[in-house]
Design a protein around this ligand. Structure first.
Ligand code: ZN
Length: 300
């Protein structure tokens, strides 16, 4: 049975008019149950990370500032959410969810987090709606517990996984692959192990061709025993923050190809949702739901 990490705490209360569509974390599980893709039993509530687990990835100073609510105004502005203890606690549940998904995926091939993909969080600071880096935390836990020895991070959110790239720049056991809009945030890109910046207005066919040309070779070269997939849907043409021109079907084809490759090479994959900022929430939910629909179709 497909395991999906979710807890009500994922939906953080934001002031009216905030540009982050927080409601997706409530609507997505509802949609998946409503349409019959999953049942309630597919969901599990992650626990919380303990301090030592977070410190494998984040600096003591940064964690201390989060715990004591003493980030500067500028640091809080860079994260982009009102800073409260609730936001910090929420981040710990989400990151634990990604780690739990990794453990389920090892048994079942795939597992998915309703949130996560907070790839703009660095070891010592957060930015771009990201407080903790869930995939980095989960990767470091897999490595430290000798569960995994070579991890491939496939980051197909429209924004570069800058925090993830920086965290693992000197870690040969983690290969960071980011395919993103060349002109998108962040303006100053970090160096992933493999970066592919795609031009503005890239449509389905060239995007999918590029992915098909890259991913199988990459999997063979890196030879990972585990994959984290960041399936942001801000590649859609309708996205307010993205600059690409993908359709919902193109986005689905992307997910299908990633899942098929993981299955073909028999590598477990844990999925974190990542971004999605289309004006119409239905596009966001439908594109994210496709990732879950495909996981059910391909792995179960
Ligand atoms: Zn994004």
């Amino acid at each position: 049975m497909l395991k999906i990490a979710y807890a009500p705490v994922y939906k953080y209360s934001l002031p009216d008019g905030h540009r982050f569509p927080m409601i997706k974390y409530e609507l997505l599980p509802e949609q998946l149950v409503y349409e019959g893709t999953v049942i309630e039993e597919n969901f599990f509530s992650p626990g919380q990370l303990v301090k030592e687990e977070i410190l494998l990835t984040h600096s003591q100073e940064y964690l201390h500032k989060l715990e004591t609510q003493s980030l500067s105004k500028k640091e809080i502005r860079n994260i982009g959410f009102p800073m409260t203890t609730e936001l910090v606690e929420r981040g710990k549940y989400i990151a634990k969810g990604t780690f739990d998904c990794a453990m389920y995926a090892r048994k079942q091939g795939v597992a998915m987090n309703i949130a996560g993909g907070t790839h703009h969080a660095f070891a010592d600071h957060g930015e771009g709606f990201c407080v903790f880096n869930d995939i980095a935390i989960a990767s470091n836990l897999l490595l430290s517990q000798n569960i995994s020895s070579k991890i491939l991070i496939i980051d197909l959110d429209v924004h570069q996984g800058n925090g993830t790239a920086h965290i693992f720049k000197d870690e040969p056991r983690v290969f960071t692959f980011s395919m993103h809009g060349e002109k998108n945030y962040p303006v100053r890109k970090e160096q992933s192990d493999l970066d592919i910046g795609v031009p503005d207005k890239t449509e389905d066919a060239p995007y999918i061709a590029l992915l098909k040309d890259t991913l199988p070779r990459l999997i063979e070269d890196v030879n990972p025993d585990f994959v984290f997939y960041l399936s942001g849907v801000d590649i859609l043409a309708t996205d307010k923050l993205g600059r690409l021109a993908m359709t919902i079907d193109g986005c689905k084809e992307r997910d299908r190809f990633v899942f098929e490759q993981c299955k073909r090479y028999n590598i477990p994959v844990a999925v974190s949702m990542g971004g999605g900022y289309s004006e119409d929430i239905r596009f966001i939910i439908d594109a994210h739901a496709n990732t879950f629909r495909l996981a059910q179709e391909i792995f179960f």
